[in-house]
Write a protein that binds this ligand. Sequence first.
Ligand code: URA
Length: 230
Amino acid sequence: MIRLDKYLAEAGVGTRSQVKKAIRDGHVKINGEIAKHADIKVDEDHDIVQFDDEEVWFSEFVYIMLNKPQGYISASRGWDPNVIDLIAEPFRNLFPVGRLDKDTEGLLLITNDGQLAHELLSPKKQIEKEYYTEISVPLNDEDIGKIRNGITWHEETYRPAEYKKISDYSCTLTVTEGKYHEIKRMIQALGSEVTYLKRIRMKNLVLDEALKPGEYRFLSEEELNDLKAV
Ligand code: URA
């Protein structure tokens, strides 16, 4: 059971004070009856809540796909400018699942589901992360062999990664660990530099190309189920 105003706020209808006013003004029904008090308890599994006659679905967790723009820090509020400030939704406790460098763009999952985040970030799970990568110096066959076999550089080891050539100066790289500056350092180890980096996939969640940098949308049910599947 959950308070009606909390239910509506967490479902994204508005802020707590906006939904309280909406309840007072008679916009909200529970099981077909106008609800007059914000502190009525709602059974989130059985009661039907409507706002202006539209059903409002409650979900404890939210899952957002953000196309992270350059210049933003992958952290919760408190850092400036941070990716959570890009999410104009009334949800609290959102955080990014993993980190992209400040100058990296692309797919970042934002949620308040700590369990799923833990699963996706667990080193044991070896979740695939695919990056579109532009580089300053073309790689040769020997370099590509090193990427595919794993790289040791400055006392750090990087597990074998998948390499797909796009052009002399661009490729996709798929890694299964989440080490700090992983792609940049692998490329640096080979005598080249990353000039542009964009994450395009995490596990089976693919960045929606309709999202411009800074834009986001909620995951579809299918995307979420795929992400949760072992
Ligand atoms: N590897 C990097 O070097 N940077 C990122 O942001 C992600 C992976």
